[in-house]
Design a protein around this ligand. Sequence first.
Ligand SMILES: C[S@@+](CC[C@H](N)C(=O)[O-])C[C@H]1O[C@@H](n2cnc3c(N)ncnc32)[C@H](O)[C@@H]1O
Length: 496
Amino acid sequence: MPTLYDQVLYPNTPFRQTHPDRLASLAILFGMTPPPVPQCRVLEVGCGDGGNLIPMAFEYPGSQFLGVDTGAVSIGAGRREIETLGLSNIRLEQMDLMDAGTDLGTFDYVIAHGFYSWVPEPVRDKFMALTKAILAPQGVAYVSYNVLPGGRIRQMFREMMLFHLRGETEFGASIGGARQMVQWFRASQPQESESSTLIAQVESVMDRTPQVLFHDELNPDYYPVYFQEFAAHAARSGLQFLSEANYFDSQPRTLPADVVAEIEKAAKGDRIVREQYFDFMRCRMFRQTLLCHQEIVLPAAPLPARLEALRASSTVKPVSKKPDLSPGVAEEFRGWKGTGVTAAHPLTKAVMLLLGEAWPQTVRVSDLSAAVSRLTGEPADPEALSQILLSTYAAGVIDLHTQPRQCVAHVSQFPVASELARSQVSRGKCATTALHAMMEAADERICAFIGLLDGTRDLAALVRELAPTSHLPEAELARGIQENLKLLAERGLLIA
Ligand SMILES: C[S@@+](CC[C@H](N)C(=O)[O-])C[C@H]1O[C@@H](n2cnc3c(N)ncnc32)[C@H](O)[C@@H]1O
């Protein structure tokens, strides 16, 4: 029988937070020995058309990927994509999770993004039980879900929209009605509530694509839970909380130090209780939690010694053209999405500078120590380096990895965009980057441009190719091409 997801297709895209490399990095930091990402087995539950899983399979031909979903239309579309790309290490199966068993095999990484909160209780129970049964001993599961107390705000809008729809389920009419309701609410608020949480939620609803609004907010199944309830559900199934997929999401960050100190006292070292308090303070709505087997003894915090096995990356760049690395001189480094750090310590400044120069490539932590010492002229200090890496990781300024990224940092004479990206854009799809993300703001011209980057054209050839359809003088066109190439390199789309 066709499901709601067959009638209205959900846009499935790559999600960085679900990537096995991220799951493995966090597991290593917490003392586990997860299977290596280039030779692992990954299961995605509720995979849709494989928009998240297929780029992973392309990236890691030595690993095996299985996606399951009830939606026949999505699975069909995903299978066609797999065939077009000629991939033999991925299967998509149309299957209800309720019918799935241990005959699926064992998996090193299990992913369920946008699934847990939108399925009824028996399916949630089955998901936890099956994950316990099929997860390899040192495996990691990723589960995203809506949480309380913030979920109540989302629920309030959901209930207003559903009330206004009076049982209407037709796609166009539901979207029109839902948006009208939210706009009425927005228009009825006094000016002074401009920055309130409610207004932020109005904007979040209005920003959603119609398909996402239809499924995420108006779905008949919608079950936000408190984090401690989710953790208890995992525990009943023999699983435990490992970390949030975005490690910085479980850090105090902007919470006042005195409140954090009181929370630490009240939590008495219990990570679940501590995280639950943080959710209350932040009125949190959504979580992306990693789980592992309950039998594993986890440390209370990441182990600095494990950094040696990892690689680091950062989007930050120095604000000043020639940053001064001498002690006591404060330098500011800014990265994407408002991340950044101001530091006066030579070691911190050198780390930020080196990672920023290497971006989007990753740098082995074991190589970083010597490189930093060459730059500062000071002897290597592995302990201080670990401390800097962990604190900037907790602040969301750097990222940690187990594998190098398959891309280059600088534009070459004959630039090459990844084969996956070129194939995707040739079929009118958005390109997936080496960061396991969709190329943002990719308009038609950029897509056509990506298609030209097959390593046979230098700048002059690209200008010749694009000049007939451009209104720009040649010199300006060449400058524009160079800027776009730089942008593509920065986003992780160029492999040579
Ligand atoms: C909100 S969508 C999320 C899709 C995708 N993971 C993403 O985040 O883009 C939920 C998906 O779960 C699938 N689904 C729902 N119930 C299921 C079940 N019992 N067994 C397998 N898949 C199911 C739906 O068909 C849909 O593709």
